[in-house]
Design a binder for this molecule. Structure first.
Ligand SMILES: *[C@@H]1O[C@H](CO)[C@@H](O)[C@H](O)[C@H]1NC(C)=O
Ligand SMILES: *[C@@H]1O[C@H](CO)[C@@H](O)[C@H](O)[C@H]1NC(C)=O
Length: 209
């Protein structure tokens, strides 16, 4: 009943330009929206001056560290406590999927894991426990080097963290960037028999845009 028959004009060639007009408007609005978002982001950056978050390894416990002398592999399982601080007043940090953490000894990876995905509000300190495990081939040269380090009570470990994060201003998420942290740790021992003491730690971080 309410359906109307719209008259059709088979040789109407004005439809093309009308369609272009609508498309043009859509483009225009899209450009305006993108410009507004970019402007807001630039404004937020200018006003709130984002500060880099900081990370530190505060605790480590080794639950397994087993050499297999048959196939020269080493199975490592440990839990590392990482303290992440967001020093910003207004900016929240959202930790995304696809993070990766690796602990290596003199260039040989021992174990790996990943960070939890979570949102960290402004002026927040979050302490997270990261479980890492792995089995890696390990030559006898490295085994004796490790025994030597262990005897001296200075075991150098490299902890690499790579995590995609996005900064959030209010409800606005800024483009995701990748934060890479390298922590050069020295522990007194790495064995399940004794809890390792962290003797020193130095940190380097960079951001991949
Ligand atoms: C370190 O971790 C162990 C085991 O997870 C825990 O018992 C200990 O209280 C932690 N130490 C600190 C300083 O957080
Ligand atoms: C910091 O953020 C974490 C994760 O959102 C939350 O569990 C924790 O309670 C917050 N801490 C403070 C002091 O607000």
């Amino acid at each position: 009943m309410g359906k109307r028959n719209v008259p059709r004009y088979p040789d109407d060639d004005g439809g093309g330009s009308g369609c272009c007009g609508v498309l043009g408007w859509c483009c225009c609005i899209l450009v305006l929206i993108v410009a507004a978002i970019a402007g807001a982001a630039a404004y937020a950056f200018f006003i709130y001056k984002p500060k880099a978050p900081s990370y530190s390894v505060s605790n480590m416990s080794v639950s397994q560290f087993d050499f297999n002398s048959n196939d020269l592999t080493l199975y490592t399982k440990l839990v590392s406590t990482v303290r992440a601080e967001n020093p910003n007043d207004v900016i929240g940090i959202s930790y995304g999927d696809g993070s990766h953490t690796v602990v290596s000894y003199r260039g040989t990876p021992l174990c790996s894991g990943h960070l939890p995905t979570f949102f960290q509000g402004h002026k927040n300190v979050t302490v997270m426990e990261i479980s890492m495990e792995g089995r890696h081939g390990f030559g006898s040269g490295l085994q004796s080097a490790l025994e030597e380090s262990e005897k001296e009570g200075n075991v150098p470990l490299d902890v690499f963290v790579s995590v995609p994060v996005s900064l959030r201003f209010g409800t606005l998420d800024i483009r995701e960037v990748k934060v890479n942290v390298h922590c050069a740790l020295v522990v007194d021992s790495i064995s399940p028999k004794k809890k390792p003491t962290i003797k020193s730690a130095t940190y380097q971080a960079n951001v991949e845009f």
